[in-house]
Design a protein around this ligand. Structure first.
Ligand SMILES: Cc1cc2nc3c(=O)[nH]c(=O)nc-3n(C[C@H](O)[C@H](O)[C@H](O)COP(=O)(O)OP(=O)(O)OC[C@H]3O[C@@H](n4cnc5c(N)ncnc54)[C@H](O)[C@@H]3O)c2cc1C
Length: 484
């Protein structure tokens, strides 16, 4: 008998009944095959389960959930396993079932007239984007993990990404969902309605719940017109204050068409250039701070009117004159734009390849972002003088990944021993700025002990009451987000 079965408290007859529901294709029991489900993206958590169950339909999810509920066995839902707070990874004890949605990956319907798409929860984000594009539509959720993350995971984390400032986060991109509750009942909220004030908004409760209240099985997504005129530029900027000023003026200069505005420091760019083959610096000289700016319009370029690129060029010339921009490269074609995006989107990968780092996914009011960056770097350096700060992210959302990279060659255990002190220094500062300790990645397991330090008793009590009401046995992804 494999180790995972001899040491688990999950009753073996229950496992037999689950196997019977989902069939041979619906279970993974081989230890090496299970690793891609049980190990977190940065290897911070390595969980253990007796089996990974992969239902093929809502009815199978429901049947598995009902059995687990009756037997008192906890269930961890998982999509693409790209989450960065350990929410989708099981605990080490081996007493939970991991329920992956990866076989429920179909696009069910596209309605280009009503601007909606209906999908199964395990659908990969990139597939959804591509399907929308094939219908001359846009699904605007966009993040570096889009080739492997799933829409169920995106909705469950209320994912953000690089276009939130124009389109909003995942919560704003969905009209309806279907959910299997912890006891196995199915709530069909798959409504394609823009207006629906019928009591409490259950959809918004499950979106962002990180799988602690139920399992999202299907969703009706909103679509937008496909952009027809896009301008992308890579800018060396004077400092973070200049970045905020550039964005502030860009809204009007672009006629409200700014879709992305991403800040990066030289340190982060250097990690990407060092570790990711095929990347190169678009500018000749080194600079301390960079901005990736993108403007998109769904209106095709018209004869006699300025294109997005022409408007952007004129605006950047003005910013150069004012000393906000130090140098600029405007993408001349799609390949150049993609190369610029690769530099930005490879930041997490570059940091991972460079060595251990401590991540802080924080947000603060946009107008105070520059002041925060200066104080935050000083706070980090006070705790670990030789650390390498790597702030980058979404200026328009006031959301920075305010990360701390270990000094070259530093011992991993010694570095992580300082994690709590570093994080508390940053989170205390964030709080003093009226900010949030989790902007887009969620709480998961990583921040479950931080949440009570930075949220009021009233908020926590309300969250616990919701969790108890929907999951009275505490079987739905326990030990994540909030303890009851
Ligand atoms: C390189 C990189 C870049 C990233 N960039 C961004 C970014 O810009 N913005 C951003 O927001 N995030 C980002 N992330 C984090 C991650 O991609 C997102 O959190 C994503 O939404 C997770 O999707 P997933 O399918 O991988 O979910 P998973 O990691 O599988 O799960 C995430 C959480 O959702 C729960 N869950 C998953 N599926 C379901 C379901 N069907 N029903 C109920 N609960 C479910 C899990 O239990 C877990 O708590 C990045 C990650 C990486 C690795």
């Amino acid at each position: 008998m494999p180790d995972s079965l001899s040491t688990t408290s999950v009753p073996l007859p229950l496992l037999d009944r689950i196997r019977a529901i989902v069939g041979p294709k619906g279970v993974i029991e081989d230890a090496s095959e299970m690793r891609r489900y049980t190990v977190e993206w940065r290897d911070i958590y390595v969980g253990r389960v007796p089996l990974v169950v992969r239902p093929a339909s809502t009815e199978e999810v429901s049947a598995v959930m009902r059995l687990c509920y009756e037997a008192g066995v906890p269930v961890v839902p998982q999509g693409g396993n790209t989450g960065l707070v350990g929410g989708g990874v099981p605990h080490e004890g081996g007493n939970e079932i991991l329920l992956s949605l990866d076989r429920m990956n179909r696009i069910l319907a596209v309605d280009p007239v009503g601007y909606t798409m209906t999908v199964e929860a395990g659908c990969i984000l990139k597939t959804i984007q591509q399907t929308a594009a094939d219908h001359d539509r846009l699904f605007p959720l966009s993040l570096a993990a889009e080739g492997s993350c799933s829409i169920g995971g995106n909705l469950s984390t209320n994912a953000g990404g690089v276009q939130v400032l124009h389109y909003g986060n995942a919560r704003n991109l969905v009209l309806g969902i279907e959910v299997v509750l912890p006891d196995g009942r199915i709530w069909n909220g798959l409504r394609a309605l823009k207006k629906d004030n019928t009591g409490y908004d259950l959809k918004d409760l499950f979106v962002g719940a990180e799988g602690t209240l139920g399992i999202i099985t299907r969703a009706v997504l909103k679509l937008w017109p496909k952009p027809k005129d896009v301008a992308t530029s890579w800018l060396a900027v004077r400092d973070p204050a200049a970045a905020v000023e550039i964005l502030s003026g860009a809204h009007a200069a672009s006629e409200d068409n700014v879709t992305s505005c991403e800040l990066m420091s030289r340190q982060g760019v250097e990690f990407v250039l060092a570790h990711l083959p095929g990347t190169s610096d678009p500018l000749a000289a080194r600079h301390d701070w960079y901005l990736l700016l993108e403007w998109s319009s769904s209106r095709p370029r018209r004869e006699g009117s300025a294109s997005m690129a022409e408007r952007m060029e004129a605006y950047l010339a003005d910013c150069l004159e004012r000393g906000l921009v130090l140098d600029a490269a405007l993408a001349q074609n799609e390949a150049q734009a993609q190369a610029m995006w690769k530099l930005r989107e490879s930041h997490s990968e570059g940091q991972k390849l460079e060595g251990p780092s401590i991540k802080h996914d924080i947000s603060i009011p946009v107008a105070r972002l520059a002041e925060f960056v200066g104080k935050g770097i000083a706070a980090m350096k006070q705790v670990v003088p030789d650390c390498r700060p790597v702030p980058f992210g979404h200026v328009g959302d006031g959301n920075l990944h305010f990360n701390c990279q270990s000094a070259p060659g530093q011992d991993k255990a010694a570095f992580f021993a300082q994690a709590e002190a570093i994080s508390h220094a940053i989170y205390d500062l964030v709080t003093s700025f009226g900010g949030s300790i989790s902007a887009e990645h969620g709480i998961g397991r990583l921040k479950i002990d931080e949440l009570p330090l930075y949220r009021s008793e009233v908020e926590l009590d309300t969250m616990r009451a919701i969790k108890r009401a929907l999951d009275p046995k505490n079987l739905m992804n326990p030990g994540k987000v909030v303890r009851i």
